[in-house]
Design a protein around this ligand. Structure first.
Ligand code: AMP
Ligand code: GLY
Length: 421
């Protein structure tokens, strides 16, 4: 079978890597891909948002399965478009992807169906939003409603900061269309965990737990990023927590989406805060996480393509999905200035040596120029390793990281340490 993967980051490299291990697959294409993906797949220069271009390509090349990595094409309805032409595609419909595309939709859904989440209000009027601030207290969280590549969440310590955040989003349109509404939320404290689950709209199969590291610097300091590293499993996500999360969050959400006439087939990603009052949902994503995928997929024993096809056919209940016992850690190496600016074109060395230590070098922002692999801005590489436990996986991952060099590189030296708090 020919498979097309949409996207160009570390997550997509991990997807292509895992898909390439399936005996069902003859050839993989990736649109647009990156220099690492090009070692396993044929990269085609079609942007992830160019839905017509992607559809034409899939029809012309008899693609048997398309897998969507990022959220933007999902919310634009790429799945609906492919399905109308009878093509098999993995991911939720545009209406189901709204669980990620609109925070107001997600919060209203949780409120309606009693899914645990932070207290909130959703507003289109700045004065009403400001009046509501008193109800959630300080600190509070002000969020742009729509997709803002992780930048639309503002944690505010003072009333002035919160009012400015509301004005930035609603009045000054700093987030464009994503900010036509705001969600004002109670601030939650606790450890964050990512729980991803396979769903065909009826059955849910949770993956192994993982934890991201959102801030740029060690010790969770500095600006929020797309994610600087991940580890799996997250020890704070105990069997007791799992017993709450599966029925109250994952199953409840899939049932709610079905009742709303938006059956969710794809990856449901619940970003959870483990608070003193129990687990609460911070956000839902309608796709695999980046970099969680680079820590979770190396632990998956089963054939991912078989799982995707079972989900598309609505027979996830027949699948027995197996995982390796080992832990996994993924360390992201980013370009200088990230996340504020994007340094590009730096030659990367040592990737082969990193692989020789046993790590998997997933590419994110890389490009091939004149036979050299160079940085292409943002997150550049995600270096993953397995180990018998998290401590060993950390040590293994950093053995690979130490081999890689490019000018102005930045990476955290404390990925996975939270597992020992
Ligand atoms: P989101 O995109 O909604 O997950 O928010 C991005 C990050 O902001 C999360 O990973 C949390 O670290 C933080 N965050 C979001 N909502 C809250 C909240 N209600 N309380 C505390 N932190 C939050
Ligand atoms: N790692 C966070 C995300 O994928 O949204």
């Amino acid at each position: 079978m020919k498979v097309l993967v949409i996207g160009s980051g570390g997550r997509e490299h991990a997807l292509v890597w895992k898909i390439s291990q399936s005996p069902m697959v003859d050839k993989i294409y990736c649109a647009p891909g990156n220099a690492g993906i090009a070692q396993l797949a044929e990269c085609v220069a079609i942007k992830a948002e160019d839905l017509d271009g992607l559809l034409d390509f899939a029809l012309q090349n008899e693609i048997g399965l398309t897998v969507v990595g990022p959220e933007v094409p999902l919310t634009m309805g790429v799945v609906d478009k492919f399905q109308e032409k009878g093509l098999k595609i993995f991911g939720p419909s545009g209406r189901a992807a709204e669980i990620e595309g609109s925070k107001t939709f997600a919060k209203d859904l949780m409120a309606k169906y009693g899914i645990p989440t932070a207290k909130y209000g959703a507003f289109i009027d700045a004065e009403e939003a400001k009046a509501f601030l008193a109800e959630v207290g300080l600190p509070c969280v002000v969020k742009a409603d729509g997709l803002a590549a992780g930048k639309g969440v503002l944690i505010c310590e003072t009333k002035e900061e919160a009012e400015t955040a509301v004005d930035d989003i609603l009045v000054d349109n700093k987030f464009g269309n994503a900010g036509s509404r705001v969600v004002v939320e109670e601030f939650l404290t606790g450890q964050e965990v990512s729980m991803l689950a396979f769903s065909d709209g009826k059955t849910i199969v949770p993956m192994v737990s993982s934890q991201d590291h959102k801030r740029i610097w060690d010790g969770d300091k500095g600006l929020n990023t797309g994610g600087m590293g991940a580890y799996s499993p997250a020890p704070v996500y105990t069997p007791d927590v799992h017993e709450i999360v599966v029925p109250q969050v994952l199953e409840a959400t899939i049932k709610a989406m079905e009742q709303e006439g938006r059956p969710f087939a794809g990856i449901l990603y619940a970003g959870l805060m483990l608070t003193a009052d129990g687990p609460k949902v911070l956000e839902f994503n309608a796709r695999f996480g980046d970099p969680e995928t680079q820590a979770v997929l190396p632990r998956l024993k089963s054939d991912l393509v078989e799982i995707f096809l079972a989900i598309i056919d609505g027979r996830l209940n027949e699948m027995n999905i197996e995982w390796y016992e080992e832990a996994a850690v993924c360390v992201v190496m980013a370009s200088g200035g990230y996340p504020e600016t994007s340094d590009k074109g730096r030659v990367i060395t040592g990737m082969k040596e990193a692989e020789e230590t046993g790590t998997i070098v997933f590419h994110a922002g890389t490009k091939e120029i004149d036979g050299n692999i160079v940085t292409n801005g943002g997150r550049v590489l995600a270096i993953s390793a397995l180990g018998k436990d998290i401590a060993e996986a950390i040590a293994n991952a950093y053995k690979g990281v130490e081999k890689v060099k490019f000018e102005n590189m930045q990476y955290r030296t404390d990925i996975g340490k939270k597992a020992f708090l």
